[in-house]
Design a protein around this ligand. Sequence first.
Ligand SMILES: Nc1ncnc2c1ncn2[C@@H]1O[C@H](COP(=O)(O)OP(=O)(O)OP(=O)(O)O)[C@@H](O)[C@H]1O
Length: 235
Amino acid sequence: MLEIRQLAAGYPGGGRVLDGLDLSVPEGAFVAVLGRNGMGKTTLMRAICGLLRASEGTIGLGGEDITGLASYARAQRGIGYVPQGREIFGDFTVAENLTIGRIAKPGLSPAVPRHLLELFPILAERSRQRAGSLSGGQQQQLAIARALAGEPRLLLLDEPAEGIQPSIVQEIAQKLREIVDTTGLTVLMAEQNLAMVDGWADSLAFVDHGAIAESGVAAAGIRQDQSRLSKYLSI
Ligand SMILES: Nc1ncnc2c1ncn2[C@@H]1O[C@H](COP(=O)(O)OP(=O)(O)OP(=O)(O)O)[C@@H](O)[C@H]1O
């Protein structure tokens, strides 16, 4: 589904953040990219969804080279993005946020599919409430549901566990697993919180100084893998 080869990307005046990064994500898989702060997880997510240009390398989606495409064209081809910090529209209602997720993708009707509200009952309950008044965990669910409302094939999530209480982390991880299993959605998540991936993701890739140091590592049991945890996460 996603094939990244020798990707290099960075920020103006800041040099390369990603350098020679290779990553493959099979269709229907739930893959998590783990790494310490500043190793390039957000930069990778932004490069995949087109918010940051690659200076070298290629990004393929479903067999198509999307490296040169603008972010809206990548969204049209099925990339959904849940950014770090969620970026929901706090002054709009929950329902309006979900509608924005629908209409942002040309060709979709504005009506939010019922199955999405069944998956996130708290959002159905609070649909008329200002999104900014939700708890952090509820806002994260809204950010995920808003991205899913655009019916992506590939969902990118950037540290969705950040600032969220442990019980809600489990709930969100379980929902993502359920969506992958029932719809065939492909998920690529950047994380540092092991509770979000251990037992939920299929496999892990470790990013170290802008490149993937190891990939295809089983997610189940990673909390006991002390040598990788100290090597890649300093814990
Ligand atoms: N807008 C920017 N301009 C310049 N440098 C940046 C910018 N954003 C990030 N960087 C730098 O790029 C490097 C990688 O940052 P990135 O945010 O991708 O890391 P990360 O692994 O997602 O870390 P975190 O977990 O802290 O979000 C860091 O050295 C960071 O300082």
